[in-house]
Design a binder for this molecule. Structure first.
Ligand SMILES: Cc1cc2nc3c(=O)[nH]c(=O)nc-3n(C[C@H](O)[C@H](O)[C@H](O)COP(=O)(O)OP(=O)(O)OC[C@H]3O[C@@H](n4cnc5c(N)ncnc54)[C@H](O)[C@@H]3O)c2cc1C
Length: 325
């Protein structure tokens, strides 16, 4: 019996979601006294890159190399995950709740005949042989406890919820013995155009600077971008701002947008509607800047500044720059 973690690659590299899932899986495996395996699947991934997963408690890697795995193909990855779980003799599998993790986890769970518990935020425990774990519910307004009745269980870990726990190990790599069916490659990504690739990814960012309709128009986003750049933060926005194309849709956070949980979320000129909060309330620290002292966002804020964004943000920028110098 063991634990398998899916060390997802992004552009051929291991990134924060893989390291966070490994941190979670490593702590869970240790708590259950079980060996831990990681699956790395891609094409011609360098050995040094694969071994970086060892920084987060993994000692054994199952590596699957295939020329068509440059891009993510859900049916193939579901099969690869099942084969890895079988080769590792796993009972539990841990995956990042990333775009790809979210897409493949249900397929993999069905193939592997496992219970799926998605969006976990705390370390699972095992009671009377059954995995039990808490996760947020009702768009972050509640917490629920989920009990797995499956022989096997798959957990997806919400981004930034568990954090990175460095625990360096030396890694051994074993090849995964698996041949995907040709039909699983029926739908393949033929071309991908990366947009905003030089920017910090919103789901992985530690700090997010977000703005809403209070900014009045797209021409005023210069101070938001400058604040984000100075803080090393990603930028986000409310839904109406994306709807009227003041900002790109991939920045829209909330119930119908991306759900994030950065260490710091700075909300500027956003009212704090429940649908917006649904996507950001898991942030560790929320800072709100709004000229209306009655704005609902202040109820969810750790720190708040009542003031005009066009006066407060430039002052904040000056202060951040002075502090950095
Ligand atoms: C089914 C459904 C799903 C939805 N999903 C989402 C979602 O995923 N994400 C989302 O964001 N919304 C979502 N919404 C919309 C949501 O209900 C709100 O309408 C939206 O979040 C409001 O955006 P806003 O705060 O930018 O704008 P507004 O509500 O117009 O608020 C602007 C705020 O800026 C402040 N302000 C104005 N001028 C200044 C200034 N100079 N300085 C400082 N502050 C200023 C105002 O006091 C106000 O609080 C959804 C709605 C529905 C019905």
């Amino acid at each position: 019996m063991s634990v398998l973690v899916f060390a997802e690659l992004s552009g051929g590299k291991l990134k924060k979601p893989a390291f966070e899932a490994a941190s979670y899986a490593s702590d869970f495996a240790q708590s259950q006294n079980l060996p831990l395996y990681a699956l790395v699947a891609g094409h011609n991934v360098e050995e040094g890159e694969i071994k970086r997963i060892g920084e987060y408690g993994v000692e054994k890697v199952l590596y699957f190399n295939h020329p068509k795995l440059e891009a993510f193909v859900e049916p193939v990855f579901a099969g690869v995950l099942k084969a890895a779980a079988e080769q590792a003799g796993a009972r539990y599998a841990v995956m990042p709740q990333s775009y790809n993790g979210r897409a493949v986890a249900p397929r993999f769970s069905v193939l592997w005949n496992a219970a799926l518990i998605s969006g976990v935020t705390e370390l699972a425990r095992v009671e009377n042989g059954k995995a039990v774990v808490r996760r947020s519910a009702y768009s972050g307004k509640g917490v629920e406890t989920v009990l797995s009745h499956g022989e096997r269980t798959v957990f997806t870990v919400k981004a930034n919820a568990y954090g990175l726990k460095p625990n360096p190990k030396s890694v051994s790599i074993e090849s995964l013995d698996f041949s995907p069916a040709e039909k699983d490659f029926d739908a393949l990504v033929s071309k991908r155009i990366e947009k905003a690739s030089d920017k910090i990814s919103l789901t992985e960012a530690d700090v997010v600077v977000s703005a809403g309709r209070g900014m009045k128009g797209p021409e005023n986003w210069g101070i938001i971008e400058e604040l984000a750049e100075t803080l090393g933060a990603a930028t986000a926005c409310s839904k109406p701002v994306a709807d009227v194309h003041w900002r790109p849709h991939h920045e829209h956070v909330g119930q119908t947008g991306i759900q994030i949980a950065p260490n710091v979320y700075i909300a500027i000129g956003i009212s704090g509607a429940i649908q917006h909060l649904a996507g950001v309330s898991a942030s560790k620290t929320i800072i709100v800047i709004n000229k209306d002292a009655e704005a609902p966002f202040f109820k969810a804020a750790d720190y708040g500044i009542v003031g005009d964004a066009f006066e407060v943000v430039p002052e904040l920028l000056k202060a951040v720059k002075a502090a950095k110098n």
